[in-house]
Design a protein around this ligand. Sequence first.
Ligand code: TYM
Length: 333
Amino acid sequence: MAKKIFSGVQPTGNLHLGNYLGAIKNFVELNNEKENECVFCVVDLHAITSKQDPKELKDNILETVATFVASGINPKKSIIFNQSSVSAHSEVAWILSCIARMGWLNRMTQFKEKAGKDKEKASVGLYSYPVLMAADILLYDSTHVPVGDDQKQHLELCRDIAQKFNNDFNVYDFFKVPEPLIKKEFSRVMSLKDGSKKMSKSELSDQSRINLTDSDDQIINKIKKAKTDPLPMPSNINELDKRLEAKNLLGIYSSLTDNTLENSVKKFSKMNFSDFKEQLAKELVDKISPISIEIKKLLKDKDYLNKILLEGSEKASDIASKKVKKIHEIMGF
Ligand code: TYM
């Protein structure tokens, strides 16, 4: 069945293996299914929930577009645009912020993690971040939203907002209630330095993540140095819950090779970590290196990347403005 896909990535630099395996690899698969209509958004309005340098933000927006295209998203088939170029996102975020309840937002764990101890100093935007996400998704009548596991709670909130709007205004099925598309087995790539922490672009140590622009040598080195435990490779999948680093590395291998975790455990059972790491590094270099080379090539042609954004934002504006017109009618504006 044809799906309407929407997803977004923040242009905050250092796109990494977590972004790729948790989200972008799935974007490419969905883009390749002929009947799907896909919209992939560079969410620059989300990026400014924490302080950004304007010049760096501009560069990072283009780098995110380059990463999408280098990974295999076809800009002729899928819409690629940046959020700030379609003002409907900000407008509808405001309207939906009058639908969402404080109690719902107070439960969001990502806000608690990002705001840290000093919540009073966090921006209001960081708090209402998931409402803007709901606007992104609902504007395009999206049926499916491919994301990593960390976005699950935000998608549940989006579903609640859609349902409450439909009920409050008695407009059955006006906002489509979207389904999250989260890989079942391995949807959270963890830090290479600590198997209990998410791989993240904000982590200070570059050794904790594989960046999509890393060279072959950097990838090989980071895997060599990745944390493990003193035992040989696990021989049973049940061991993984207690061996988080082994679980993460095996998960990465399985995801790259489109294999199940169980099969990977069998394949490397009782092997030395160093032998396994060699095979993992080879797999990573095979998959990431062509993307890394292509990103660098595309970044030399900024006109091409800007043209993708311009054409994408025209198409996105077309869809979004029709939805906004209907929202105005429903609201009595
Ligand atoms: P962002 O930029 O933080 O992350 C982009 C995507 O990468 C996934 N991801 C991961 N997946 C697995 N393991 C990891 N370590 C990891 N780190 C990041 C995220 O789950 C995400 O899918 N709020 C969104 C952006 C957004 C959005 C939207 C997504 C804005 N509007 C509408 C979907 C629909 C975010 O966190 O981006």
